[in-house]
Design a protein around this ligand. Structure first.
Ligand code: HEM
Length: 208
């Protein structure tokens, strides 16, 4: 999730650095927009007949979307030549983790009311929750190793290999979504196709 490894040693012209310095806070604020919408809907009482389910699902959607957005950074760079976009990857990845934590908190606090034995039963009996937990563990590992210090400690090559696990987390996230549904698989199918496309660009970049 770090933007460090591929930018080490890059010397940016001053004008570019200035542009990036306002772009980061702007993108940070943009990443908070889904949360702001949720708060507006909640305050307006617009969350429908089952607000807890709506909140949990909405936050799960955004966790998955941010993983895909973070994964789109390299393909965007490869296809457009816009190299500066790499500076936003770590922030986008951490926002995926942020929305995941909110998704998880909504499930644990609002849906289950901190009923830990019920949560444990869910984890061991409902495969889609088990897979969600596996994806969450991977994302926690990636978030914990996203700092510059960890990049230096692990070394660029090992760090990059570790962070390829984000694809596995995304695949688990998509399967988690598929498995919780009983009908209309349109949305997870779209995510699966986007993920396959992003992976395809990676493979293309490596071999061509
Ligand atoms: C500890 C891990 C996780 C738990 C306990 C969990 C739990 C849940 C639950 C209970 C739902 C169904 C909500 C409902 O119908 O009331 C759900 C849906 C969902 N979760 Fe998770 N989840 C976890 C991890 C993840 C991760 C890692 C992702 C993304 C990568 C994710 C993305 C989603 C999505 C996209 C949905 C469906 C949203 C929709 O219907 O629009 N979840 N999750």
């Amino acid at each position: 999730m770090s933007d460090t490894t591929e930018n080490v040693g890059a010397t940016e012209p001053r004008s570019k650095i200035k542009r990036v310095s306002w772009q980061k806070p702007a993108i940070f604020c943009l990443c908070l927009v889904p949360l702001a919408w949720l708060i507006v809907w909640a305050v307006a009482g617009d969350l429908g007949a089952n607000p807890i389910e709506a909140i949990t699902r909405y936050l799960g959607d955004w966790a998955l979307r941010f993983i895909l957005i973070a994964l789109a950074v390299t393909p965007i760079r490869v296809l457009t030549g816009w190299t500066a976009v790499g500076r936003f990857r770590r922030m986008l990845g951490l926002f995926a983790f942020f929305y995941l934590l909110l998704h998880l908190s909504s499930y644990v606090g609002l849906d289950q009311f901190f009923y830990w034995s019920g949560i444990w039963q869910d984890i061991v009996k409902r495969i889609y929750i088990t897979l969600g937990v596996a994806a969450a563990v991977l994302l926690a590992l990636l978030a914990a190793t996203s700092t510059d210090k960890m990049v230096n400690r692990l070394g660029g090559k090992r760090w990059r290999e570790l962070h390829r696990l984000v694809y596995l987390a995304a695949v688990l996230g998509v399967i988690h979504f598929f498995m919780m549904l009983k009908a209309d698989y349109t949305e997870p199918t779209i995510y699966a196709v986007v993920l396959a496309g992003l992976f395809g660009v990676r493979v293309y970049k490596k071999w061509v």
